[in-house]
Design a protein around this ligand. Structure first.
Ligand SMILES: [Zn+2]
Ligand SMILES: [Zn+2]
Length: 647
């Protein structure tokens, strides 16, 4: 008997001759039993396959362990099957939908009369652990298509029937079994259930079959799954942290802002304490704008709809705009953007090259229609304040302008206490020039300018072709917060559209008319959203310069009110935001309340302090700092605030 041999090339370039039909698992075992134990799946000529799949021809083979990100996806898909297997054991009459991996785990969707409850999830999770411990193999089976359909028809799995009808293009249909559970699936899967240990069922969410409104309602059970318990623990901890830091919860507890049903969804009320933080954010920004050569402008909130027709927003942006308002037979439009207003200021007189660059900045309120379902605290709203600016310049000035915008963004990051960021450059798709404003040459130049600026500044960035809006390429800066979440912050965006539509010009050195380049740039993006990010980043414990109340004066009892009032007055005089807590409460209660309000400093005042003209200083995070002369405390706090220190 002759066996045909095939040649297998491993990732290090070495080759092995093996009999045809050898499996990746067998090769892994030959390389070493430890590799086989660590293996999840194999990659054969760029395709992921089961470790048990016989190899039929010469091919490249990689055995994937936990080091390969593809392993995790396959593992999570197998966890989805384990979930479905457990659900089928406990609730044999459910109908199955689909069950793919997700970014943090998996889901499987079911149709069942009753909703799955928290208790159900606990039961299912326990059953999953039980099935996992049995180390049941995930085996691939093949059935002729008519038999596959009959199998699902006879068990009332109409959604699966639909999938087989649509997706099975070959005569033989691929299935995977996990014990009694059988699923129409192309795989691949990890060999058995034994390694699925680090998972947790998270929640149930409604979804339409195939995501289409009007289709039957499915119940999706979502789970988190990781290869290692420590990764799952870390993920769950991060979720807890995010919950603790939720700006909607803290916004109410710290009395910073509200969104009120009586006024409408997505519209923000800044309470006095939130207002203080906002004023500090804006004061900083206005001072920086002036320093950096911007001119501050103000433009109307409502302007003729015709203006928005000229700008094009009435066409390409209409889905995001509030409807027009009619006054004296003319239609007016609530502004969704500040750009056309700034364009009109630029156009108010003929500009000379000597005036360029013109940098117009505005803390501009804009209103955008967002579906009520997507609104989220301060992060997605219908009315917000953009810290917006438009730069009109000559081509030879553009790189310097872009660089200045990025330096401005860095300064904002530093001042507000962020030390990590990510940069993305979004370019156009050259294969669809008809979809874009501006010629391919203009796009090349603009992208080139953005790229060479980033490279000259040594900024690492990710290039995303095809991501740009139709009117020009852009740079996005995302900050990374205290628990590692990225947030969109600064945008520097070219615009080839508006200068043409509004026929913008300047008189060049040569005496003839030219079209200026136009750049939109926002620093925080939206003041509301950035405030939400700040609340979550600091978990409400703002640094002293931003804190709505910087110092709380706490007399031990009414006996010391005279001295406590004197200290309060002295500190208020020095310009600090001071709260004098003269309630008839125990000191412990006053300290607890100040801690809950995340006030940076508490000054405790009793007999000793009154006699020696000192204060006993307590910091919300560092605890007791001992007695200090009032003057000295005042000078230190002044320095902390003036340097915008993050303590
Ligand atoms: Zn599957
Ligand atoms: Zn703009």
């Amino acid at each position: 008997m002759t066996t045909e041999t095939i040649q297998i090339t491993l990732p290090d370039g070495s080759t092995r001759d093996v009999p045809k039909g050898t499996t990746p698992a067998q090769i892994a075992e030959q390389i070493g039993p430890r590799l086989l134990k660590a293996a999840f799946v194999a990659r054969v000529d760029d395709e992921l396959v089961d470790l048990a799949k016989p190899l039929e021809q010469n091919s490249k083979l990689a055995i994937l362990t936990s080091k390969d990100p593809d392993s995790l996806q396959v593992f999570r898909h197998s966890a989805a099957h384990l979930l479905a297997a457990a659900v089928m054991e406990l609730y044999p009459n459910v109908k199955l939908g689909i069950g793919p991996p997700t970014e943090t785990g998996f889901f499987y969707e079911f149709v069942r009369e009753e909703p799955f409850t928290q208790q159900d999830l606990e039961k299912i999770e326990a059953k999953m652990h039980e099935l996992a411990e049995k180390d049941i193999p995930n085996e691939r089976k093949w059935l002729p298509k008519p038999e596959a359909l009959e199998l699902y028809r006879s068990t009332n799995q109409e959604f699966k029937c639909e999938l087989v009808e649509e997706k099975a293009t070959e005569p033989m249909v691929s299935f995977y079994t996990t014990g009694k559970f059988i699923d129409f699936c192309r795989g691949p899967h990890i060999p058995s259930t034994g390694r699925i240990k680090a998972f947790k069922l998270m929640n149930v969410a409604g979804a339409y079959w195939k995501g289409q409104e009007g289709n039957p309602q499915m119940q999706r059970i979502y789970g988190a799954a990781f290869l290692e318990q420590k990764d799952l623990d870390e993920y769950l901890h991060k979720l807890e942290e995010a919950k603790r830091r939720d700006h909607r919860k803290l916004g109410a507890e710290l009395d910073l802002f509200s969104i009120q049903d009586e006024a409408g969804p997505g519209l923000v009320f800044w309470h006095p304490k939130g207002g203080i933080v906002r004023r500090e954010m804006e004061d900083w920004q206005r001072a920086e704008l002036t320093k950096r050569g911007y001119d501050l402008v103000f433009t109307p909130h409502i302007m003729l709809l015709d203006l928005w027709k000229t700008s094009g927003h009435a066409g390409f942006y209409s889905a995001n705009m509030f409807g027009p308002v009619e006054v004296e037979k003319a239609d007016y439009q609530l502004k969704p953007m500040n750009c056309p207003g700034h364009v009109l200021i630029y156009k108010s007189h003929l500009r000379s090259y000597r005036e360029l660059p013109v940098r117009l900045a505005e803390l501009g309120n804009v209103y955008r229609y967002e579906r009520s379902g997507v609104l989220h605290g301060l992060l997605r709203v219908r009315g917000f304040t953009q810290d917006d600016a438009h730069i009109f310049c000559m081509p030879e000035q553009i790189e310097k302008e872009v660089e200045d915008c990025i330096r401005f963004a860095w300064e904002a990051l530093r001042v507000f206490g962020f030390d990590r960021y990510e940069v993305e450059l979004s370019g156009g798709d050259r294969s669809r020039p008809e979809d874009y404003a501006g010629s391919p040459e203009e796009w090349d130049k603009a992208e080139g300018a953005l790229r060479s600026t980033l490279e000259r500044m040594n900024v690492p960035y990710k290039f995303i072709p095809g991501e740009a809006a139709f009117y020009g390429p852009k740079i996005d800066v995302k900050l990374v917060d205290a628990i590692g979440r990225p947030w969109q912050l600064t945008t520097v965006q070219f615009d080839f559209n508006l200068p043409k539509r509004f026929k913008l010009e300047y008189v060049g050195e040569d005496g003839s008319r030219h079209q200026p380049l136009m750049v939109h740039r926002a620093l925080f993006g939206s003041i509301e959203r950035f405030f939400g990010v700040l609340i979550e980043h600091y978990a409400g414990a703002f640094p002293a310069w931003l804190a709505p109340v910087q110092v709380s004066v706490l007399p031990v009892s009414g006996k010391f009110s005279e001295y406590a009032e004197k200290v309060t007055k002295q500190l208020k005089h020095a310009g600090f935001r001071v709260h004098y807590d003269d309630r008839n409460e125990k000191l412990q209660a006053k300290i607890r309340d100040a801690q809950l309000q995340k006030i940076p400093y508490m000054l405790i005042i009793g007999g000793k302090e009154a006699e020696s003209a000192t204060v006993s200083v307590r910091h919300r995070a560092k605890g007791d700092l001992g007695p200090r002369p009032t003057e000295e405390f005042s000078a230190d706090l002044r320095r902390e605030i003036d340097t915008k220190a993050v303590v």
